[in-house]
Design a protein around this ligand. Structure first.
Ligand code: UT7
Length: 326
């Protein structure tokens, strides 16, 4: 049985932080940020907003599009690396707010690739017949885990959430065709938060050195991202006996416009067939792919019958992709 996406949703906090604002905070320029990343602005959560608050809004919108009530959902998966609490899960808080009292709920951590992982797992639950209504969400409040004095990282990320409702495909044609997940733990420390976990609790010294914030060797990560995303595109095409021209839309992880353009070139796709939100959202980690997907669906760019390739890359190092017959 194939799994289809019956609804999508997304949420962005109101506050916009522009490159001009960042120029006043760290030694950077709009020109550097725009030319190296493609980012012009990003959203920042209000002080009272946590990841679940963003996830709940995105989840509500996705349920509404799918014509479902919270009480009809069987499972909620929230992909995030910035949960409200270490425990209980953010998915459990989403369950409570949506009145999804029947639903099982858990969080999934695969950094920026989290939504692709959640989609793959949700697909397995639906296609196996175990569950018929699964809500998958990618949500982050990364702004709480950034060193706002480190220009190497603070200009790159933003807050947001995106969601999708998975149901059994009615015609067996529309839906998720294949999913592809990868990890290379040998490069775990290229992109990580050194403190805040059991290896290094956030003690006074870790706090003073801001070791709970995102640390990234950007240039190394960049090179690996371009290679692995090219590999996963080949893998998706090969697995489904497709050629580049069979793909109608690319919904990439929104980390860097240069990485997105490299993947588009690989697929020989013109940029009007690539969903780009990085200019306005920055890198929202697990939220980036579902945010872009929701924007493309609601603006009628992606339509029924389109072949859509989703991909992501991030900490872990993780990467992966999915092919969806929309
Ligand atoms: O979503 C998870 C996966 N993450 C990614 O995919 C991110 C991958 N990496 C990247 O997107 C890019 O590597 C960055 C955007 C992070 C950096 O771009 P880059 O072209 O790789 O630059 P770089 O790190 O090689 O740095 C070039 C220069 C350095 O100065 P020197 O050493 O050449 O004098 C940096 O200090 O740019 C400097 N720099 C900045 N200058 C102004 C770094 N950040 C800034 C900044 N403003 N914000």
């Amino acid at each position: 049985m194939r799994t289809s996406i019956a609804g999508t949703g997304s949420y962005l906090p109101d506050r916009v932080l522009t490159n001009a604002d960042l120029e006043k905070m760290v030694d950077t320029t709009d020109e550097w940020i725009l030319s190296r990343t493609g980012i012009s602005e990003r959203r920042i959560a209000a002080p009272e907003q946590a990841t679940s608050d963003l996830a709940i809004e995105a989840g509500r919108m996705a349920l509404e599009m799918a014509g479902l009530e919270g009480g009809e959902i069987d499972l909620i998966i929230v992909a995030t690396l910035t949960p409200d609490y270490l425990f209980p899960s953010t998915a459990g808080l989403v369950q409570r707010a949506l009145g999804a009292h029947r639903a099982a709920a858990f969080d999934l951590e695969a950094a920026c690739t989290g939504f692709i992982y959640a989609l793959a797992i949700g697909d397995l639950f639906v296609s196996s017949g175990k569950y018929s209504r699964v809500l998958v969400i990618g949500a982050e409040v990364l702004s709480r885990f950034l060193d706002w004095e480190d220009r190497n990282t603070c200009v790159l990320f933003g807050d947001g959430a995106g969601a999708a409702v998975l149901v059994p495909s009615e015609d067996g044609i529309r839906g998720i065709v294949s999913t592809h997940l990868h990890n290379d733990g040998r490069m775990a420390e290229l992109l990580h938060a050194p403190a805040g976990g059991s290896r290094r609790p956030t003690d006074a010294e870790a706090l003073a050195q801001k070791l709970y914030t995102v640390k990234m060797q950007g240039n190394e990560v960049f090179k690996i991202a371009v290679t692995k995303l090219s590999d996963v595109v080949d893998e998706i095409l090969d697995a489904n006996g497709l050629k580049e021209e069979d793909v109608d839309f690319l919904v990439p992880h929104q980390a860097n416009l240069r990485i997105i353009k490299a993947t588009a070139r690989k697929l020989r796709l013109p940029m009007d067939k690539v969903i780009v939100t990085v200019d306005r959202h920055g890198n929202t980690s697990a939220a980036s792919v579902p945010l872009a997907l929701d924007e493309a669906v609601r603006s009628n760019r992606i339509r029924s019958g389109d072949t859509v390739l989703l991909e992501a890359f991030g900490g872990g190092l993780t990467w992966g992709g999915a092919l969806v017959n929309w």
